[in-house]
Ligand binder design. Structure first.
Ligand code: CU
Length: 333
């Protein structure tokens, strides 16, 4: 068996790796399964450029193989050099004009979509304005016109343009929700603008797409799209102070003594850490752990073991204080 035959045997392995490593198939985080108009436009551009490239490769290879076969050295051919052709106007025009046409087909939609997708919709009466601030390693979302702020779960209405204004509090990050489109960098001292839109109600996964430190790979967030009515209900809820049940009162005190310096728990407070208003309804804890009591305890006991290098300190607490905190945090709805 020769070298090449050995290589063929790896093809199924490469195929499998491609499927696994690209995360194919999850339509809550796939640019190939668009769930909104921006992602659809971007997928169209990908298909268009891929299509043109495949066309060029196929045509070149067909001509190449045809020439190899048609003009190969035949039995009896003497070692002669074929007739040399120099300067053919027809051929030169053909191979200049065809690429120009292909580039135009590619360039016109690409440039027009690039301009369209960078439109600034802040201030449109039909758009929702969201200010995104990326932090090592969490996401802060403010809705200036609605008077609310939240973190980790970005809640949006379906069928409306979400006009983003993006910046960073520390280093370069990038905001990416593959199902809805993107991505967009967040830079310190600068604001970038773009918009996204979701077709239907679902939860999409978001990622930081720019290496930003030890826990970059854990800097996940969620985009929760709701019907307009449900979104409005959510906004009202966020503005109404949570009613803390009696069994969570101890926890509230522990929180005030140890955590309030960094975490706001009101409608639009911003602090060193995420605003925890509405924390009880978040899909995840710290963006990556499943939302349950065990995860909350694990996070409070040792945040660094969950997200190495994050900025939340380990606060020395008794187990019963942590249990009280869990009750309190879950009552923030
Ligand atoms: Cu990041």
């Amino acid at each position: 068996m020769n070298r090449w035959q050995n290589l063929w045997r790896f093809i199924p392995l490469f195929g499998l790796m491609m499927l696994l490593l690209t995360g194919c198939g999850d339509d809550r985080i796939s640019a190939l399964k668009p769930r909104g108009p921006v992602a659809r436009d971007q997928l169209f551009l990908m298909k268009l450029s891929l299509g043109i490239m495949i066309l060029v490769v196929v045509v070149v290879f067909v001509i190449y193989i045809y020439v190899l076969v048609r003009f190969r050295k035949k039995k009896g051919d003497k070692d002669i050099i074929p007739k040399q052709v120099e300067g053919s106007h027809t051929l030169e025009i053909i191979w200049t004009v065809i690429p120009i046409i292909l580039l135009l087909i590619l360039a016109v939609p690409t440039v027009s979509y690039t301009v369209k997708l960078a439109e600034n919709h802040i201030g449109d009466k039909d758009a929702v304005h969201v200010k995104v601030t990326a932090h090592q390693f969490w996401w802060q979302f403010e809705y200036p016109e609605l008077g609310i702020a939240t973190a980790q779960d970005l809640v949006i209405p379906t069928g409306k343009k979400i006009a983003f204004e993006l910046t960073s509090a520390d280093v370069l990050h990038a905001f990416w929700v593959p199902s809805l489109g993107g991505k967009q960098d967040t830079n310190v001292g600068m604001t970038n603008v773009f918009y996204l839109e979701a077709d239907d109600a679902d939860t999409f996964m978001g990622k930081c797409a720019e290496l930003c430190g030890a826990s970059h790979a854990l800097m996940d967030f969620k985009v929760v799209s709701k019907s307009e009515a449900d979104f409005n209900k959510w906004v009202e809820k966020m503005k109404t102070p949570a009613s803390i049940p009696a069994e969570a009162k101890n926890g509230e005190q522990v929180f005030k003594d140890n955590c309030l310096s960094c975490h706001a728990v009101n409608a639009q407070g911003l602090g060193f850490g995420p605003n925890l208003n509405g924390f009880g309804t978040r899909e995840m804890v710290a963006g990556i752990l499943p939302h349950d009591d065990e995860s909350i305890k694990q996070w409070i006991k040792d945040p660094q073991s969950v997200k190495p290098g994050n900025k939340m300190p380990q606060v020395p607490l008794q187990d019963n204080q942590i249990n009280d905190l869990v009750k309190y945090l879950n009552s923030l709805k």
